[in-house]
Ligand binder design. Structure first.
Ligand code: CO
Length: 675
């Protein structure tokens, strides 16, 4: 038995001035990034971090993760916040604790590999704006995708934390691909690249406690840099895994403040502080100080976010993760996607198809963006494949993966699938084996030409280069060229209170306040009718005012709907682009959008191209009047963070185009008509 769990001190107290431990556990706080990304679809606003920022700085965290991952996307797209500004603002309040960001290697904070010039400029600007630690990962664990960003980090004297994405093909550690040897070799690769620390990144909460012990022990023996464990709570194992990792000698672990902890997020800090209090791994944190931070978060911040929490189930863990070895976020995305396509009954089929697709696509780890790539392709296969033909609708991202544009997969991609995916692929039908970014042309100059004066500095330009459609929209809001829509505005505590009052009233059936009238006395002629409304039964007394009613045969009571049906809209003949629509949620939004009514039947003189799923129009590849051949790409539709090239259903001429780039569309919306 190890002596880690022996309490060493006789006098223990909560306060920070207790005697320091021999080897205190270091803790990175994730509240301001992974915490709200995991629980609240990354909707955390800077203004809601400020009330506790200075107090958080006093805790003694090894680092605070405040940026990267999905924050960059969500901030400019949904919050009308300049992502760069967040780092600078928080730096004014958090002066001692180093800042950490999640960097998706050559994917930066997006969902594809960017060209080297963009990658370099992005990391340079992150450093200039105040970033200290770069937690860098690649979805395929292909470290050639680190080769551009790492020298920029190292040359600036910043901390390069190399990640190994934790993945499984079996229920527990082992098998031919993701076994102990795999992880030890990856750690050695990172050490050779100059990693200042090495993070085992368990994004799906898959790591079982004894496997955590085994791996951390092995990594500590094999490499010198400090070892960091990042493990999501999703499956319910991570607090146990953390403790076993601590016993195995892990240097740093990740936690969140308790209101941002558990569920798909991370274990909370407070129980960990108590667990280690007085031991040789004592964090030294003041638990009363943590409690004071929590009180502010609970009172001033959480009310604004509670409605985003997925509380559809009692359980705060997802045992599907244990059953399918798949990230919880990915599973809920699949469920949402199927729901939106009215195909929730296909879920079991999707679960069955998923391991098959994953294996065919090279047994990739499942993490953004590969989790989306595999997930959406699986859904496409289940919905669109026929017994004669698999992979009928291949996403552009799968094509890119097959080409080698994301990097090297853990095992080779199924040659048949690869061949089919690369048929007519614009970069060539022969896959590459070099570092992916080597085939990418520089992007910054082109981006600069496109966006022109709207991008005032490099930070603006990078927003556009990373997110051309939503980035451009954001820059228009930022510089007052366009009014930002209502839904990107922050919500105040007063508004929250008003909303809660409304909900209370609605639940009490008082939303429509009925004027209270004295009932007149019932005459002897009053007749009673049984009325059924939507399955509910009412007894209605009818008494004619001023005389007795003459009722012969009782008329057939039509069953009225409780809510009048909306007027049926005429089929949209004019472009409906001006119809305001809520923006499509990102894959991690967690809340399916209400299905919009179908956008009318196709005009008589043509074949419509309809949206097979809800999403956002990226671009039209054709204009009105252009001729197209059947199967040729007409529209690029972004759905669940993936771009889908939609082919022309028939050959002909483009008669009408119904949307613009950036518009959100519902399933079955007519995107264009070919005649
Ligand atoms: Co995470």
């Amino acid at each position: 038995m190890s002596d880690h769990n022996q309490v060493k001190m006789t006098s223990m107290h909560y306060e920070k001035d207790r005697p320091a431990a021999e080897n205190p556990l270091k803790v990175e706080d994730l509240t301001f990034r992974d915490g709200h990304q995991s629980l609240f679809a990354t909707r955390g606003r800077t203004e809601d971090m400020i009330p506790v920022a200075e107090m958080m700085d006093e805790v003694g965290f090894w680092a605070m993760e405040v940026w990267g991952g999905a924050t960059f996307d969500t901030m400019h797209r949904f919050l009308n916040e300049d992502p760069w500004e967040r780092i600078r603002t928080l730096k004014r309040y958090i002066k001692k604790t180093p800042f950490s960001m999640l960097l998706r290697g050559q994917n930066l904070v997006g969902y594809r590999n960017y060209a080297d010039d963009v990658a370099k400029a992005f990391v340079e600007r992150a450093i200039a704006n105040g970033m200290d630690i770069f937690r860098t990962f690649d979805a395929l664990n292909d470290y050639r995708n680190f080769e551009t960003v790492v020298p920029v980090i190292k040359e600036a004297g910043r901390h390069f934390q190399g990640c190994i994405c934790y993945s499984l093909t079996e229920p527990r550690l082992g098998g031919d691909v993701y076994n102990l040897e795999y992880y030890v070799n990856k750690a050695k690769d990172l050490e050779a690249m100059g990693a200042d620390s090495i993070c085992l990144k368990d994004m799906a909460g898959l790591i079982a406690p004894y496997d955590a012990y085994t791996i951390i022990k092995a990594l500590k023996a094999a490499v010198k840099p400090p070892i960091h464990l990042h493990s999501h709570f999703t499956s319910g194992m991570s607090a146990m895994s953390q403790l076993k990792a601590i016993e195995a000698g892990v240097d740093i672990v990740d936690t969140c403040m308790s209101p941002y902890a558990y569920r798909t997020s991370h274990p909370a800090i407070e129980p960990l502080v108590m667990t280690l209090l007085g031991t040789n791994r004592d964090t030294g944190f003041d638990i009363r100080h943590l409690a004071a931070i929590n009180e502010i978060l609970e009172k001033e911040v959480m009310p604004k976010y509670k409605h985003l929490l997925d509380d559809s189930k009692m359980s705060i863990i997802d045992i599907n993760v244990l059953l399918h070895q798949t990230p919880g976020g990915m599973l809920s995305n699949l469920v949402n996607q199927l729901k939106q396509m009215d195909a929730l009954d296909k879920l079991e089929e999707v679960y069955r198809e998923l391991p098959r697709v994953r294996k065919e696509l090279g047994q990739v780890p499942l993490v953004t963006p590969t989790s989306q790539i595999v997930g959406i392709q699986t859904v496409n296969n289940v919905l669109f494949d026929t017994p004669e033909e698999r992979y009928k609708m291949i996403t552009d991202q799968v094509k890119d993966l097959c080409y080698g544009l994301y990097g090297k997969t853990a095992i080779p991609i199924d040659p048949e699938v690869q061949k089919k995916a690369l048929k007519g692929y614009p970069r060539g039908e022969e896959p590459i084996t070099c570092r992916p970014a080597e085939v990418l042309e520089p992007e910054l100059e082109k981006a600069k030409e496109e966006i022109g004066d709207l991008a005032v500095d490099m930070d603006d330009l990078l927003i556009y280069a990373l997110y051309p459609v939503t980035g451009k929209k954001f820059l228009k809001w930022k510089y007052g060229k366009e009014e930002p829509p209502k839904e990107v505005r922050p919500i105040t505590l007063e508004e929250v209170k008003a909303r809660e009052e409304m909900v209370k009233k609605a639940l009490a059936g008082e939303l429509v306040e009925k004027p209270k009238k004295e009932a007149p006395p019932k005459s002897e002629n009053a007749r009673t009718f049984n009325v059924f409304v939507d399955g509910e039964y009412f007894e209605v007394g009818v008494d004619e005012v001023g005389g007795s009613p003459v009722i012969g045969a009782l008329p057939q009571m039509p069953v009225m709907p409780a809510v009048p049906a909306p007027p049926v809209k005429a089929p949209a003949a004019a472009p409906p682009a001006e119809t305001p629509r809520p923006a499509a949620p990102p894959a991690d939004a967690g809340k399916p959008e209400a299905q919009a009514p179908e956008k009318g039947a196709a005009p008589a003189e043509g074949t419509p191209l309809v949206a097979p799923m809800p999403g956002m129009i990226v671009s039209y590849k054709k204009e009105v009047g252009d001729s197209v051949a059947e199967g040729e790409t007409v529209v690029i539709l972004e759905a669940m963070k993936m771009e889908n090239a939609l082919p022309a259903p028939v050959s002909g001429t483009i008669k009408s185009i119904n949307f613009n780039s950036g518009d959100s569309v519902a399933k079955n919306d007519v995107l264009c008509v070919i005649g």
